[in-house]
Design a protein around this ligand. Structure first.
Ligand code: GLU
Length: 297
């Protein structure tokens, strides 16, 4: 159970796979507003654990863009690529408790189960081993601060998830859990595209004996055709040289009164954004670029 007595500490954790777009700005601003509204700290963590997907210079560019929006990490920015030892220690703990196991099943070996891993196949064809987390046959539910109760059947809907990939890279699911705990994150506020990763992350947090954060999933932006913004033409990078229009847009998409922002220095505008922020107005389902709502995913 989340510990309600922990001081509020939130975070924004971009992957350096490109420039920030409206969807990522929404997650950055949303997590910052929630943190400040609760009198808490806000940290930035660069999730640079997947070199094949990363773009050189993207992390520095993302940090510059955040700064242009007046969004500064309260503590030095953490880079996941420096934290190999922490992830290795967590995996060792999980192997010792038999929560994690080595697996040589390749993607094609799991074809018959839609890519989900329920048990290793008789003759796995993978050449190198990955490590997976054993997920129990159990329904796990949590109360999302924006979307309400969310439940998932771990083994049936998720299967045994990869913690360390066969190519040797750490999986997001392990790193995010280890780092949120190591950084003392009390509240994870992020895009709703990650809500279906949350039950497995809660389970993993519990198995590592770490405190479970509270979760709030912000509305996901969709284009007119209903595609996730991150995957469509509408995911154009935001203009750090002229941040106010994007800030207004995103603030309005969060259900807040953009007219209250006025003009002036970014720090002052952000302060107004905070004063006028009401978490109860944040949309509880996905939204279009014009703020129209889509049914919850
Ligand atoms: N790095 C992830 C992303 O950019 C977000 C992780 C998280 O907020 O848990 O999608």
């Amino acid at each position: 159970m989340p510990d309600k007595t922990r001081p509020y500490r939130g975070r924004f954790a971009p992957s350096p796979t490109g420039r920030l777009h409206l969807g990522s700005l929404l997650a950055a601003l949303g997590s910052w507003l929630f943190a400040r509204h609760h009198g808490g700290e806000w940290l930035v963590r660069v999730e640079d654990l997947d070199p094949p997907r990363e773009i050189r210079g993207a992390a520095a560019e993302q940090l510059r863009t955040l700064a242009a929006f007046g969004l500064h990490s309260d503590l030095p920015v953490v880079w996941q690529s420096w934290r190999h030892d922490l992830y290795a220690a967590a995996l060792k703990t999980l192997i010792a408790s038999d929560d994690a196991f080595a697996c040589r099943c390749s993607r094609s070996d799991l074809f018959a189960s839609d890519g989900l891993h329920h048990a290793c196949v008789a003759q796995p064809s993978g050449r190198t081993k990955a490590y997976r987390l054993r997920l129990p046959d159990r329904e796990l539910s949590f109360d999302d601060a924006i979307r309400g109760r969310y439940s998932q059947s771990l083994q049936r809907e998720v299967g045994d998830v990869v913690l360390r990939r066969a190519d040797g890279f750490w999986a997001y699911q392990l790193a995010v859990v280890v780092d949120d705990a190591a950084q003392g994150i009390s509240d994870v506020v992020r895009g709703a595209d990650l809500i279906d990763s949350t039950p497995r992350q809660i389970f993993l947090t519990e198995r590592l004996g770490l405190p479970v954060p509270r979760y709030a999933h912000l509305p996901l932006l969709r284009d007119d055709a209903g595609n996730k913004l991150g995957k469509s033409l509408a995911s154009l990078p935001i203009d750090a040289a002229d941040p106010l229009p994007a800030l207004r847009h995103v603030y309005a998409l969060l259900g807040q009164p953009a007219s209250a922002l006025g003009h002036g220095r970014m720090e002052i505008v952000l302060q107004r954004a905070l004063t006028n922020f009401d978490p109860d107005r944040v949309p509880t389902s996905d939204i279009g670029l014009d703020g129209s709502s889509f049914a919850a995913v």
